[in-house]
Design a protein around this ligand. Sequence first.
Ligand code: D5M
Ligand code: FE
Ligand code: ZN
Length: 730
Amino acid sequence: MGLVEDLLANKYLITPPAYYLLADYYKEAFTLAELIKFAKSRGTFVIDSTIANDFLHEKGMFSSPLEAPPEKTAVEPGPFEDVKSLETPSPAKNPPEPASPVEMSGQNAVSSESVTETPVLESQSQTSISTGEPSEMAIESTSSPELKPGKSTFPEGKSFVSTGTPGVKGDVEVSTGVREAAQNPPEDGSGEVLPVESGESGDVLVADASEPVTDDSSDASADSLPNGDYSNGYSNGNGYADSEEYYEENGEVKPKIVYGDYGVPIAYVEEEVPEGEKSYSTYSDLVITPREGFHYRAKEIPDDWEMVFDVKNVKFEAPKVKNAASKEGEIIIKAYIDYFKSRLKKMRRILRENPELGSVIDIGKLGYIGRDEEVTIIGLINSKRETSKGYMFEVEDSTGIIKVFINRNNEESKKFFQIMPDSVIGFRGRYSGRNIFFANKIFLPDVPKYKREKPPLEEKVYAVLLSDIHVGSNKFCEKAFEKFLEWLNGEVNNRKEEELVSRIKYMILDGDVVDGVGIYPGQYNELAIPDIFDQYEALYNLLRNVPDHITMFIGPGNHDAARTALPQPGFYEEYARPLFKLKNAVMISNPAVVRLHGRDFLIFHGRGIEDVVNFIPNRSHHRPAEASVDLLKLRHLAPTFGEKVPIAPDPEDTLVIESVPDLFQTGHVHVMEYKIYNGVFVINAGTWQAQTEFQKMVNIVPTPARVPIIDVETARLRAVVSFDRFCEGV
Ligand code: D5M
Ligand code: FE
Ligand code: ZN
């Protein structure tokens, strides 16, 4: 097998530029194990050119580490050609990659030579990576008075932009999420979101610490629960003590090794560790039963939900290559071509819903129109930068690449800052005839200003939004979570809370449900449960206490046992098996869309927020709702390829926000915040994990143990219930 297949078999991904750097050396100068070990040490599953270069340097395969390969001009037309073009190619999309010593000159497209024969490292004069600023020369040769080279907002030599204000990140001090949310009321001033403050307001719900706690139930046996037989872990449930599982050797009776599902050997009888002897708890004795006589109105309201979108249901077709013996490099490049073709197609459809767009023309056909004719082009943003007079973009569709300029005096040019690399944008304007398109209007895909009203529901019904529970972390707020479970079981403080609990019918868990193992360097020291199987079992033991009539939707995040790259189809069943046993839970993908009583909830763990914070000025990890709005405007959950968020090159781009949801939920950044944007309720559900040592280092201040309760009818916040007082000093 080749490098790509070997890496895939080990759940690692490689970007095309990295592939071309490494492929020729594979098995000759380095082994798979060495490469994986190196990637692991960098904490990544995606081998990009930075990793590849560093790896090669470490192996002493570069004579001069800082020597940049000479630039090469990319060939037009661009990327979206058919695979046949790979023989004389300018392959597809050019994944932007972090600047690396060897690629200082920028890297926008893999050149044709690299695909056909030039081994990158044998001849440094023939780099596989082009300059990424192909039309720059064209601009200068036009000697247009408007287009003097101006201040570039690119980080050194990179073709993708940092939109400036690097100092902003992390500078924003945030006290606590709920208060912050209250201080920043939703944009449209809708009165539906209740102001949430500390205790006085009737709608602010704070679980009362003075209430009696149902500790009396905590010593009940797990066996009394319907699923209580789970404590044996991953065996077939038969137990081990079957007489056929023993054999005699030298007069001694010994137990046989038993193989469970997936060929995992099950422990010998004498190695079975009885519950309680582990140095950590998996909550196997946590039993909370609904308070006697508590009336759940939600039980009488008929279920009304459907999965509108789940990645698992998307049928992906493998990329078509000419024959099975095609080079693996061709296959992977074809996969990226297909991925970006799909993105372009979907985004074009969304953009064309905007009647202001006017007539749209292929970039490749601009030469056929008159200089005075106003037209619209739609394309992927390869790069963007500030010039002395305005802003310049390099835009690409399936027929070609062009430079687009917009004057700074035009108000529209402010949209420059909203545009992330690789997003798809429309530009209206005129073609100069010299490979420059002069835009006077910029169209972000965006969501329509007004939302169609949905028919009212007969009864109030609520959904609870959770995220980032991080079970297994020693910073998991277990006490607070148990209090929350008791609350769901009717341990309420007043009538208002009773009404809420009574009508909760759905619960959404938006990823990072466990802390995982080996997710970041030094994590082991912060794990209360150092075993991934036990973490899921612990979560199961907690969630089985959620009343049966509440349907849970559970999706993965980056700490979970699931594919790291987006989209994440779901949990790996062999690790997260306990969750699949929950009777009232539905396992969903990340992202997913669940329709509750006719209202669409878009559920996304939220890694895309990291790139927003990186690229859009004045964004912060502490204001995730604002960043989610930016994603909504671009109608994509993770527009930028090759930066912080690994994206799998599926033949279809399932990260496009194809239809406008009623509610858009994220998590990941551990800060609860909400906002309304053009009728969409945008909310980050926060976390159940107190600040970790790592977060302390990077100045992330979480807002743990606050539960937003959503009124399904309006898809707006009904209340926030705080259990944070039980999470102090975790
Ligand atoms: O993410 C928890 C928070 O930590 C979230 O704000 C992202 C941030 N985070 C996670 N990994 C990193 C790295 N490597 N650098 C900087 N910030 C990071 P979680 O997914 O729960 O770990
Ligand atoms: Fe998290
Ligand atoms: Zn996360």
